[in-house]
Ligand binder design. Structure first.
Ligand SMILES: Cc1cc2nc3c(=O)[nH]c(=O)nc-3n(C[C@H](O)[C@H](O)[C@H](O)COP(=O)(O)OP(=O)(O)OC[C@H]3O[C@@H](n4cnc5c(N)ncnc54)[C@H](O)[C@@H]3O)c2cc1C
Length: 382
C-alpha cells in the first residue's frame, strides 16, 4: 500500500503521524484472535497506548497530539489500523468515540478525570446510545435518569454496545424529559458503579466485543452529567458528526487492504496460461475497486478537512463520506472474494475475513438509509 496522507488535505504533521503509525504497525505483534475478541481488544488498547497513538483521541491539554480533536489524524489512524486488523481499528475507534462527548462537551473536571487515562489506555471507553427499540429512531430512547438530590438514578437497558463488559467508562444517553429528542441527557458512568451491569453478549459476523448494559437504580452524581439537561441528542449528533467520517476511513482501510491483496493475487494466480490479471474482465473488476477506493478517500478526507478547518458541523460531508465509503468497501471486498475464487470463502483467508469485517459498518453510527435521509435533507434545505 502506498503511503496515505498524500494530497492537499494533509499537512506535514499528518504525514509524520501516518508514516510513524505505518512503521509501528509493521513492527508490532499484538494478540489478534477472533475467538478472543475481548482479550485482543484490551491487548490492542495497551499496545496503542504504549505506542502513544491513543493520544490522537484526546485534546492537547490532556496529552493529545493536537490542540483539539483532529479529524484527519483520527481518519488516518483508522485507515491504517483497519488495513492491519479490525480489532486494532475497533480498539482505537472506541477510545475516540467513547470519550469524544467529554472532549467536545464535558466540563474541565470531567475532562481531567477521564481524558488522560483514555489516552494512556488505563480507561477503556464506550458510547451507550442504542436500545432495542431505539436504534435509528434515537428519539424513542426509553432509559430514564431521574434527578434525586445531588444524583441521577438511571434505569433501563442499552443494547448493541461496543465494549460492553470491557469498558471502564460508559457515556450513557438517558431520558430526563418527555419531549422526544429534546428530553435526552448524557452522563459519564463508571462501569464499576453499583446498579450498572454488563449483560448478554452478542456474537457478530466479525470479532467485536458487543453486548447489553443494564441500569438498575444506578446512582450517578450530578457532577457526571455531560453538558446540560436536554442536550443529550445534540451531544450524540455532534459526536457522530466527527466520527462518521472516521467510520468511512476504517472502510477505506479495509477496502485498500482488499485491493492490495487482490492485486497480489491476480498477478500471481495463473489461469489459461497467463496471470489472472491479464484477463480483461479481471481488469474491469480491478478498475472498479481502485476507483471505489479513491472516491472513498476523497470524500473521507474532504469531510475531515472541512471539520478541521473550523466548520461547526459537517453533517452533509460526513454522511456522504460514511455512506459512500462503507457501501464501496462492501463492493470492493465482495469483488476480492470473487477474484480469489474458492479461496475467497475459506474461513481464515484474508478476503473472507475482510468481507465479514466491513459488513457492520453500513449499519452502526447511522445505517446507510439514515445517511441518505440526512444528505437529502441537507441538500434540499440548501
Ligand atoms: C457491530 C455493531 C456495533 C455497534 N456499536 C454501538 C455502540 O457502541 N453504541 C451504540 O449506541 N450503538 C451501537 N450499535 C447500534 C447501531 O448504532 C444500531 O444498530 C443502528 O443505529 C441501527 O439501529 P437498529 O439496529 O435498531 O436498526 P433499525 O433502526 O431497526 O433499522 C433497521 C433498518 O431500517 C432502516 N431504516 C431506519 N429508518 C428508516 C427510514 N426512515 N427509511 C428507510 N429505512 C430506514 C435502517 O437503515 C436499517 O436498514 C452497534 C451496532 C453494530 C451492528
Amino acid at each position: 500500500m502506498g503511503v496515505v496522507s498524500e494530497g492537499p488535505f494533509f499537512d506535514e504533521e499528518h504525514r509524520a503521524f501516518a508514516n510513524g503509525l505505518q512503521r509501528w504497525i509493521s513492527q508490532t505483534d499484538v494478540l489478534d484472535d477472533e475467538r478472543n475478541a475481548d482479550a485482543s481488544c484490551r491487548a490492542w488498547v495497551r499496545a496503542l497506548a504504549e505506542g502513544g497513538w491513543l493520544r490522537a483521541c484526546v485534546p492537547g491539554v490532556y496529552g493529545g497530539i493536537r490542540a483539539g480533536l483532529d479529524v484527519r489524524t483520527l481518519c488516518l489512524a483508522r485507515e491504517l489500523l483497519a488495513h492491519r486488523s479490525a480489532l486494532a481499528d475497533f480498539a482505537f475507534a472506541m477510545q475516540g468515540l467513547g470519550s469524544a462527548p467529554l472532549s467536545l462537551f464535558g466540563n474541565v473536571d470531567l475532562q481531567r478525570r477521564y481524558l488522560p487515562s483514555v489516552a494512556e489506555g488505563r480507561c477503556v471507553a464506550a458510547f451507550a446510545l442504542s436500545e432495542r427499540e431505539a436504534g435509528s429512531d434515537v428519539a424513542a430512547l426509553a432509559t430514564r435518569a431521574r434527578r434525586d438530590g445531588d444524583s441521577y438514578v438511571i434505569d433501563g437497558e442499552k443494547t448493541w454496545i461496543s465494549n460492553a463488559g470491557v469498558a471502564d467508562l460508559y457515556v450513557v444517553f438517558a431520558r430526563t424529559g418527555n419531549d422526544g429528542a429534546r428530553g435526552l441527557t448524557a452522563f459519564a458512568v463508571d462501569a464499576a458503579t453499583a446498579g450498572c451491569t454488563a449483560g448478554k453478549r452478542v456474537e457478530t459476523i466479525s470479532p467485536h466485543p458487543l453486548g447489553t448494559i443494564r441500569f438498575e437504580r444506578c446512582r450517578v452524581p450530578v457532577s457526571r452529567r455531560i453538558g446540560e439537561e436536554g442536550e443529550g441528542f445534540k451531544i450524540a449528533m455532534a459526536t457522530l458528526d466527527v466520527f462518521r467520517s472516521t467510520v468511512g476511513a476504517a472502510a477505506l482501510g479495509f477496502a485498500k487492504r482488499a485491493l492490495d491483496e487482490t492485486i497480489a493475487h491476480v498477478k500471481s494466480r495463473q489461469l489459461f496460461g497467463a496471470p489472472l490479471g491479464a484477463l480483461q474482465l479481471t481488469q474491469a473488476a480491478i478498475a472498479s475497486m481502485a476507483t471505489d477506493v479513491d472516491a472513498s478517500a476523497l470524500l473521507v478526507y474532504r469531510a475531515a478537512w472541512v471539520k478541521d478547518s473550523g466548520a461547526a458541523r459537517v453533517t452533509r460531508e460526513s454522511a456522504m463520506a460514511k455512506w459512500f465509503a462503507t457501501e464501496a468497501a462492501g463492493r470492493v471486498c465482495d469483488r476480492a472474494v470473487q477474484l480469489f475464487g474458492a479461496r475467497g470463502v475459506v474461513r481464515g483467508e484474508i478476503a473472507e475475513r475482510l468481507y465479514r469485517d466491513v459488513r457492520a459498518l453500513r449499519i452502526y453510527e447511522g445505517a446507510s438509509e439514515i445517511q441518505q435521509i440526512v444528505i437529502a435533507r441537507q441538500v434540499l434545505e440548501g
